[in-house]
Design a binder for this molecule. Structure first.
Ligand code: DHB
Ligand code: MG
Length: 228
């Protein structure tokens, strides 16, 4: 039922006549054909993220976990001024993503960095703090779930004063509420929810989602204005 509703609604809210629909479908299809797991954001989810970038007037977005570049292509193709920096560990995923991004004509605005998330993000933070790289107005954290909090903490440091941060997959069919879970991904979801909730730098909320990707959810956080 959730899938049927997503397909019905998206066919109207983002019809085939839209300029980026074919590139997005191709990126999706090519990713699956290349053997990547079918865990990219749904069209509705990715468009929602793209609309947030528009609302916020984001010029530089950060993504952790490129996979085949599907979400990055959504963000950049819906926002003509947006530059996306996206990080991916898996060399095969990187190759597929770069091909998809090239085919979408977005190589000039999407930078794919291959490497271990924590190592790359720490390097980016140094570049941001030295003024060599723009701060990010939106960050999407969708990589190894064990590092959710570490990524979140570093993303806050690299953010613009009015930025938003979204962490994917923090509900996991409700299993996030199981304090006794031994699954490291559940632990990573709980850790970022609990630490973000105590973090004076942000206000946060968890939104549960259903759709063609099943039952899951996002942590959304908005930076608090600095008060002297
Ligand atoms: C998984 C990872 C994701 O980022 C996602 O959106 C869904 C599933 C996973 O590793 O199972
Ligand atoms: Mg995800």
């Amino acid at each position: 039922q959730w899938t049927v509703v997503d397909e019905y609604a998206t066919s109207h809210t983002h019809p085939a006549s839209r300029p980026n629909t074919k590139a997005l479908q191709d990126a999706h299809d090519q990713s699956l054909a290349a053997g990547l797991p079918n865990i990219a954001a749904s069209p509705a989810q990715a468009k929602f993220l793209a609309l947030w970038c528009r609302i916020l007037g984001v010029t530089h977005a950060l993504e952790l976990g490129t996979l085949g570049g599907y979400t990055a292509i959504w963000l950049a193709s819906e926002n003509p001024e947006l530059h996306v920096t996206t990080i991916e560990l898996d060399a095969h995923h990187v190759a597929v993503a770069r091909k998809n991004i090239e085919a979408a004509g977005l190589s000039g605005r999407i930078e794919v960095i291959e490497g271990e998330g924590i190592v790359v993000v720490k390097r980016l933070r140094e570049e941001v703090l030295r003024g060599e790289r723009e701060r990010f107005g939106f960050s999407f954290i969708d990589a190894d779930k064990e590092n959710n909090w570490n990524y979140f903490d570093l993303a806050v440091e690299m953010s613009t004063p009015k930025a938003a941060i979204c962490v994917d997959n923090v509900v996991r069919r409700g299993r996030v509420a199981d304090a006794a879970s031994t699954d490291a991904r559940i632990h990573g979801a709980r850790e970022v929810i609990e630490k973000a909730g105590k973090d004076p730098r942000v206000d946060s909320v968890v939104i549960q989602t259903v759709g063609e990707k099943g039952y899951d959810g996002w942590l959304w956080a908005v930076l608090n204005e600095k008060r002297e």
